[in-house]
Write a protein that binds this ligand. Structure first.
Ligand SMILES: Nc1ncnc2c1ncn2[C@@H]1O[C@H](COP(=O)(O)OP(=O)(O)OP(=O)(O)O)[C@@H](O)[C@H]1O
Ligand SMILES: [Mg+2]
Length: 224
């Protein structure tokens, strides 16, 4: 379903070219659980942003469920983003003026659900991530790990086919991190495709497949 072919992505900063992704090939089938490991600055978030249609490739091709992303219209892209993909950002990206419950409701409202209906679903997912008692809190009234969990609830509440998670356990203690990995494992067993970025090899090992990024190049497997 996900196919990257010879993908390159560079950033120019101060006249210097940074190759964030260097000729990356990756295919992920429906229902796979893949973790991506690699050092800071190796290109992990860049990869995720491209997979999540938040950024575009310079060279090469991204094909998602037979749609050539480069050629797709804006409304096709936003529909795919809204219906198919649940994105968990490395920096959470919660809306600061909305409370936890409302943050989880946002993508559901975009899908056309009524307020009451979306509230019910949002509440269920906040409970799933252990934050039922915090629904009225604004992001700045939550700890980093709690904000991370709201972001996770928001990403999975719409039951997306693909979950893209950029360091979802980065801000969590080991117990909460373990619980969230169990949640991801359950979602994967129900058929969701999951791509998860992590620095933590023990987190990575819980996925069925590991890919590694170093200096913008992608390799299959955990070791050199
Ligand atoms: N918008 C940008 N402008 C310039 N350079 C960028 C930009 N985004 C990323 N880069 C550079 O591209 C490289 C890859 O960045 P990326 O964010 O993908 O790394 P990462 O693997 O996610 O790192 P981390 O583990 O620290 O989150 C880095 O060298 C980074 O400085
Ligand atoms: Mg990153």
């Amino acid at each position: 379903m996900i196919e990257l072919k010879n993908v390159c992505k560079s950033f120019i900063l101060g006249g210097e070219e940074i190759k964030a992704l260097d000729n990356v090939n990756l295919s992920v089938k429906k229902g796979e659980f893949v973790s991506v490991i690699g050092p800071s600055g190796s290109g992990k978030s860049t990869l995720m942003n491209i997979l999540g249609l938040l950024d575009v490739v310079d060279k090469g091709e991204y094909v998602l469920d037979n749609v050539v992303i480069k050629d797709a219209k804006d409304n096709t892209l936003s529909e795919i983003r809204n219906k198919k993909i649940g994105f968990i950002f490395q920096n959470f990206n919660l809306l600061p003026k909305l409370n936890a419950l409302e943050n989880v409701q946002v993508p559901l409202m975009y899908r056309g659900l009524k307020n009451d209906e979306s509230k019910k679903i949002a509440r269920k997912y906040l409970e799933k991530v252990g934050l039922g008692a915090r629904e009225k809190h604004l992001p700045n009234q939550l700890s980093g790990g709690q904000q991370q969990r709201v972001a996770i609830a928001r990403a999975i509440a719409g039951n997306p086919e693909i979950i893209l998670a950029d360091e979802p356990t980065g801000a969590l203690d080991s117990k909460t991190s373990n619980e969230l990995m169990e949640l991801f494992e359950n979602l994967n067993q129900e058929g969701q495709t999951i791509i998860l970025i992590t620095h933590d090899i023990n987190v990575a090992k819980r996925a069925k497949r590991i890919v590694r990024i170093a200096d913008g190049k992608l390799y299959e497997g955990e070791v050199v």
